[in-house]
Design a protein around this ligand. Structure first.
Ligand SMILES: Cc1cc2nc3c(=O)[nH]c(=O)nc-3n(C[C@H](O)[C@H](O)[C@H](O)COP(=O)(O)O)c2cc1C
Length: 185
């Protein structure tokens, strides 16, 4: 294995390495209003219940819809949707309905009011599990209560944000399954 020459790196840019994504679209609905935003800062927090955490900036219009409804849907776009992802992440729901503006189809979720994005290859319905870190860190902790996943492709080409306007696209798969402890698979 390689050894690298390294230099100090600005802490405010470490996201370029530690933000693997995938980029998702967060849909929300509250009191007759719906919205969409792009999100890269998230992580899995548990298997069962399927728990998911994400950072939402309070300046986003979505923030209040999501906080007040205590619900959202996480929608997984594929690489061909990159311009839609960028458009949604650089515009405000205050300026009009983003489903209409970006030509996306809103379908009804099973367990939450937030609409699902039909053009995304997977949709995860989320209900707020823990609000204790919202005020302090903008961290929303969710239980995923329903998942809708496309049968094909099995490995969708997802987008992963590197900062500075650049995305990676998920690439070839490498399996080491035989070397894993069963509990780590
Ligand atoms: C690639 C990308 C990743 C983003 N990640 C996040 C994120 O993790 N959390 C967040 O609060 N905003 C994030 N944003 C910003 C919101 O998507 C953006 O502010 C959006 O316009 C909010 O829309 P709204 O005001 O209609 O809710 C991201 C934007 C882009 C383009």
């Amino acid at each position: 294995m390689k050894h690298y020459d390294k230099q100090d790196f600005p802490l405010d840019q470490i996201r370029r390495f530690l933000e693997p994504g995938p980029i998702v679209l967060v849909s929300s609905a509250h009191k007759g209003e719906r919205n969409l935003m792009t999100m890269g800062w998230h992580m899995m927090l548990g298997f069962a219940p399927a728990r998911f955490g994400c950072y939402l900036w309070e300046g986003n219009h979505s923030y209040e819809l999501i906080r007040r409804s205590g619900q959202c849907a996480i929608n997984l776009p594929t690489a061909d949707m990159v311009d839609t992802v960028v458009g949604i992440g650089n515009s405000s729901g205050l300026d009009g309905d983003k489903f209409k503006r970006f030509g996306l189809t809103a379908t009804k979720a099973a367990k939450v009011a937030a609409p699902l994005v039909a053009e995304c290859c997977a949709n995860f319905e989320c209900v707020l599990a823990d609000a204790s870190q919202i005020e302090r860190h903008g961290l929303f902790i969710w239980d995923v209560v329903k998942a809708h996943v496309a049968v094909s492709p099995k490995r969708p080409q997802t987008l992963h944000y590197r900062g500075d306007g650049e995305f990676m696209v998920s690439g070839p798969a490498i399996s080491r399954k035989a070397k894993f402890l069963p509990g780590n698979l």
